[in-house]
Design a binder for this molecule. Structure first.
Ligand SMILES: [Zn+2]
Length: 324
C-alpha cells in the first residue's frame, strides 16, 4: 500500500538538508577510527570494487578506476566511498555500512549457524571458506544484528561482496532467515542491504533452497504486521534479486547500482534480442516499477529512519531492555 507513495517521484521525497552536514560530521570520526582499526582492509576499499591493485597501496591517495583521478583517501571516506570527482559509488564493506546506518554503540551482532554445508563435496570449497573467514574476519557473506537508526529499533542484515561475491550459500540463507525470525519474535522491523552475485554454485540445489526459506520467513514477518525494507546495492543479482531483495514493503536502491537476475549477455543469447542500454540499472528498475525509490548514500540513514517512523510506533529504549 505504501509503494504508491514513492512510485511517482524519482527520489524519496525527504528533505535532507538539515541532517546532511550533521551526519557527515558524525561519520567522519567513525570512518577514521575504522581506518585505524583495519587499515589493511581499508587500503583496498577501492580496488575491491574494481579487482585491481591499488596505485598507492599504503599511501594517502587512491585512484578511481572510473575517472582515473587521484583521490585523497580521507576525502573519499568522508564522502562515504563515493568518488568526489566523478560520483561513482564504490562498494562498501558490511561493517562500514553498519557504521553509516546504525547509531554508534547500538549495534549488537546476532550469531547464526556458521558451519559450512558442502553437499557436493566441491573441491577446495571448505578450505576457501576457512581462508576467507580468516582473511576478512567475517563468518560469512552477511552480517546480521540489531541496532538503532536515530533511536528507532530495527533488525538489520548487510551483505558483503568480498565474501565469495556474497553468493547465497546455506549459511547466508540461514543467517538471514534466523534474523528475520528473531525480528518477528521481538516485533522488530527488518532492513536488508542486499548485494550478491547470485547462487553459490558450490552448494548446488541447497543454495537455491535459500530463496524459498528466506521468502517464507519474510511472509511470516509480514503476517505479524511488521515492515521489511529492502535496500539494493551494487550488484544485486540471481537468487537474491529473485527472493528477499525484491520482497520489501518498500524497496530502495543506491544510484547506478546493478539490479538483475541473469547477466545481460546470457539473456541476449537466450532471447536473440538486443537489450536496451542500462536495462539492469537502478534507474531503469525505478522507471519500470521494480523498485520504489533511489536514495543517495548520504541520505540513506535519514530515509530509513523516516520509513521506520512512518511504519513503526516509536518505542523508547528502556522497552527492549525490560523485555529481555
Ligand atoms: Zn571517480
Amino acid at each position: 500500500m505504501f509503494k504508491g507513495m514513492f512510485k511517482k517521484t524519482k527520489y524519496v521525497p525527504i528533505s535532507m538538508e538539515e541532517t546532511q552536514q550533521q551526519e557527515a560530521d558524525q561519520l567522519e570520526p567513525e570512518v577514521r577510527q575504522q581506518e585505524q582499526e583495519n587499515s589493511e582492509a581499508s587500503a583496498t576499499e577501492l580496488t575491491e570494487d574494481e579487482g585491481d591493485q591499488p596505485t598507492v597501496p599504503e599511501g594517502l591517495f587512491i585512484k578511481c578506476k572510473i575517472c582515473r583521478k587521484t583521490i585523497y583517501r580521507p576525502d573519499f571516506e568522508e564522502n562515504l566511498f563515493v568518488c568526489p570527482e566523478c560520483g561513482k559509488y564504490h562498494r562498501v564493506y558490511a561493517k562500514s555500512r553498519i557504521r553509516m546506518i546504525i547509531d554508534e554503540g547500538t549495534f549488537e551482532q546476532w550469531d547464526g549457524r556458521t558451519e559450512v554445508a558442502d553437499p557436493l563435496h566441491f573441491p577446495g570449497y571448505p578450505e576457501k571458506i576457512e581462508s576467507l573467514k580468516e582473511e576478512l574476519k567475517m563468518d560469512e557473506a552477511v552480517v546480521t544484528g540489531y541496532g538503532k537508526i536515530f533511536g528507532r529499533q530495527t533488525a538489520i542484515a548487510v551483505m558483503d561482496a568480498r565474501f565469495m561475491m556474497a553468493s547465497m550459500g546455506s549459511v547466508v540463507g540461514e543467517k538471514i532467515t534466523s534474523a528475520i525470525e528473531r525480528a518477528t519474535k521481538e516485533k522488530l522491523p527488518v532492513i536488508i542491504f542486499s548485494c550478491s552475485g547470485g547462487a553459490r554454485m558450490q552448494e548446488g540445489m541447497i543454495s537455491l533452497m535459500q530463496m524459498a526459506k528466506t521468502s517464507a520467513a519474510l511472509r511470516r514477518h509480514a503476517d505479524a504486521g511488521l515492515p521489511y525494507f529492502s535496500v539494493i546495492t551494487d550488484p544485486t543479482t540471481g537468487g537474491v534479486t529473485a527472493s528477499f531483495a525484491s520482497l520489501g514493503d518498500v524497496i530502495l536502491a543506491e544510484p547506478g547500482c546493478l539490479i538483475g537476475f541473469a547477466g545481460q549477455r546470457v539473456i541476449e543469447q537466450t532471447i536473440f534480442q538486443k537489450l536496451p542500454k542500462g536495462f539492469q540499472s537502478a534507474e531503469f528498475a525505478l522507471e519500470h516499477g521494480i523498485i520504489d525509490a533511489i536514495v543517495e548514500r548520504k541520505d540513506m540513514k535519514k530515509a530509513l529512519s523516516r520509513l521506520l517512523e512512518l511504519h513503526m510506533p516509536y518505542v523508547p529504549e528502556e522497552k527492549k531492555e525490560e523485555g529481555e
